[in-house]
Unconditional design. Sequence first.
Length: 154
Amino acid sequence: MIDIYTYAIFSLIFNSSYQYSGPNEIGLDAQMFVYPANAHIDNELMSITFILISPEMQASMAMNDTELLMYAKSTFFATSKSAETFQNRTILGNNSQGEILTKKIPVPTKLEIHFITLSTGEKMCVGFTNSVKLDAEMREKMILEVLNSIKNKQ
């Protein structure tokens, strides 16, 4: 029997058969989960980062969605690179065209980041960062488990 773990983030929950550590606060309204649990950056296989941008923050920053995504990428993912390719996913019932790109620093990784608008008017970035050591099949399974199960808390 496979264990299923439930994780809470902001007003959302998701399930996974993988045991992540977290959420770990990485900034104002930004939290991250790491696999394997308690891994150091040298042996981390996957991290999931959630960045919530409230309507008030959107107004104070005076940025459009493209600029907010660039802010999130540079601040929380340490990159200003443009997408190398795109990945379409369904998140909370909405279609999202996520950006895919690679990074070499601090360790070689692949990043998939999505920017969505929640029913509350909040914006949210969801980023999956994985080590190049993680095989593509496991990476896809980990991402789909999260995205297929994510929902609003009851």
